[in-house]
Every structure is written in C-alpha cells, then in structure tokens.
Design a protein around this ligand. Structure first.
Ligand SMILES: Nc1ncnc2c1ncn2[C@@H]1O[C@H](COP(=O)(O)OP(=O)(O)OP(=O)(O)O)[C@@H](O)[C@H]1O
Length: 293
C-alpha cells in the first residue's frame, strides 16, 4: 500500500496464528489515517483472530503489529490509549448500569471526553441508569461504540458491529463510523460479513479467506479494476480462452467473463462488448467462490 510516506495507524506484518487445522497465514496489511477499512471474510475466515491478535488478546505464533508506529505488545498501555475495541465476545457486565460501566472505564483513560459521551447518549436517547442487560441489541452496540470512542482513540477496531441489527440501527451505527473519521487523523477497521455495509462506507477493503489474505486495496480502484464483461453476437471475436478474462462462460448471445485488468482489456478489446460494475458481494463470491455468510 502506497501511503505517500505517511505512517499508517495500523500496520500488521506477517501475522500467523495456528489453531489445529486452522491457520491464519502470514497476514499483512495497513490501515492509513482517515480511512474506514472493511474487513471481509466468511464465518471462520480468521477476522476475529486477527483483531484479537492486534489487541494482544491472543498470542500470535509469528508476525508483528504496530499501532501509530508503536509495537504491540511492548507498548500496550500507550497503544490502548489510542485504540477503541469492540470485540465479538462481550467484555461488559450485563448487571452493571451504563453509568457504572462508564464511571469504571473513565478512570483508565486520561483523554476521556465526558462531554462527547453525554452528547452521543443524548443523541441516541440511551439512558445511563439502565442495566446493560436491559438494553436492546442495537442500543447495546451503540452504547459499546460510545464507550469505545469515549477516550478519543485514533483507531477503532470493531468486530461485526452491524451483525444482527435491524436496518435502521445498522445505518445509525455506520453513520457513527463515518462521523468518527471526519477527523482525518482517525481510522476504523471493522469486520463484517454484510458486504453491502462495507460497500456503503469503507474506503479500503481487506478480504480474508480461510486464514489467507486475498487482497487489501482501495475499494474504488478495486471495483474499477474488476469488471464483468458481456460480449454479444455469434460472430464474437472472443472465446473462453480470451486473454485478460477469466471465469468465461458461453451464453445464448455470446460470452460473459471477468477481468481484473479492465484498463488493459479496454485497450485491446475488439468487437461488441460492454462492461458491468460488480458489487463488492459479487466480487467477494467471484474471488472466493463463496458467499460471505
Ligand atoms: N480459541 C480458539 N481455539 C481454537 N480454535 C479457535 C479459537 N478461536 C478461533 N478458533 C478457530 O479459528 C478459526 C477462525 O475463527 P475466527 O473467529 O477468527 O473467524 P471469523 O472470521 O472471525 O469468523 P466469524 O465471522 O464466525 O466470527 C475458526 O476455525 C475457529 O474455530
């Protein structure tokens, strides 16, 4: 990834973790400042393991993680002041009120912004006196995000923040993330198997499949590069062997194929054809042969 000399907020180098048959294999990617990175993969692809390894909640077998250039876990205290994490396993106590949870958390963070907490709670009409166990799933996720943002972190690491939420709450959560990166010194890495959510708000996309990194790339350049090519006419110049195309198949009127080098294809293509933009979901299925969920 070309960062124009700027330091990434998160730098994951050759991360490896082995659990029996599962291997997170040599995963490397960066999250630049001011971006939302969508982290896609099917259930069991290794997204949570990657995030936990970043937070040092699981010990990697190999690899290094740097947050704002600081190595983990050596500089864990300084790093965790800059990171807000919402994991897949709830770390909060359902018997505590939100108020007690906030009071408890604030003592660990010198940068705690009580005014921002108040504003966000008011905006989402979340009552401090409620026990966390009494909040709906959507309210609880919003409360978790408010908690994760309260110490003004530079980086949010969110494991499936929109999973299981209704469309209105999902949109509210996505808007919270967009709002967070209005300050371009901040970034978000969020995992999801809901590819439309990633397509909606992410600037960068990292795809993991069975523990292996497929790519980590700017979303728009990715969707400009990969296209579905529809070639019409019986006298088409194309065959299933046409260079620059893959997964070609015959249709009643010609051929359909895919290219990962659309600009080059455009330069050499002849005959009667047109290109279609893929959705992120279609691209994911094309590259992994599977649905995200
Ligand atoms: N503590 C553990 N002990 C043994 N195996 C584990 C452990 N944690 C995860 N795994 C295995 O590692 C693999 C990757 O799991 P992980 O939770 O990282 O995937 P994921 O992409 O986050 O999936 P999901 O979308 O279901 O959360 C799975 O095969 C899982 O069973």
């Amino acid at each position: 990834m070309d960062l124009n000399g700027e330091q990434p907020l998160l730098d994951v180098h050759h991360l490896t973790k082995i659990y029996g048959d599962f291997q997170l294999q040599d995963v490397s990617f960066n999250v630049p400042a001011g971006t939302i990175m969508g982290f896609i993969g099917r259930n069991g692809a290794g997204k949570s393991t990657t995030m936990k390894a970043i937070m040092d909640l699981v010990k990697p077998d190999d690899g290094r993680v740097f947050v704002l250039g600081r190595p983990m876990p050596e500089e864990e205290v300084a790093v965790k002041e800059q990171v807000g994490y919402v994991g897949d396993i709830p770390l909060l106590n359902d018997n505590w009120t939100l108020d007690r949870t906030l009071q408890f958390a604030r003592q660990f963070y010198p940068n705690w912004n009580e005014e921002a907490v108040e504003q966000r709670l008011e905006h989402f009409a979340i009552a401090r006196h409620k026990k966390l166990g009494e909040l709906s799933k959507g309210m609880k996720m919003k409360a978790s995000l408010i908690l994760a943002m309260a110490h003004e972190p530079k980086l949010l690491l969110l494991d499936e923040p929109t999973s299981g939420l209704d469309p209105v709450v999902r949109t509210e959560v996505l808007e919270m993330l967009l709002d967070f990166v209005q300050d371009e010194s901040r970034s978000v890495l969020f995992s999801s198997h809901i590819t439309p959510d990633v397509e909606k708000i992410a600037d960068w996309v990292t795809i993991l499949d069975d523990g292996e990194l497929i790519f980590s790339e700017d979303k728009e350049s990715l969707l400009d590069r990969y296209k579905r090519i529809v070639m019409a006419g019986k006298g088409s110049d194309y065959t299933t062997e046409t260079p620059l195309l893959f997964n070609c198949h015959k249709t009643t009127g010609g051929y359909i194929g895919y290219t990962d080098r659309f600009p080059q294809f455009q330069r050499v293509a002849k005959g009667n054809w047109y290109a279609e933009r893929l959705t992120l979901e279609e691209l994911f299925v094309l590259l992994t042969g599977k649905n995200a969920d």
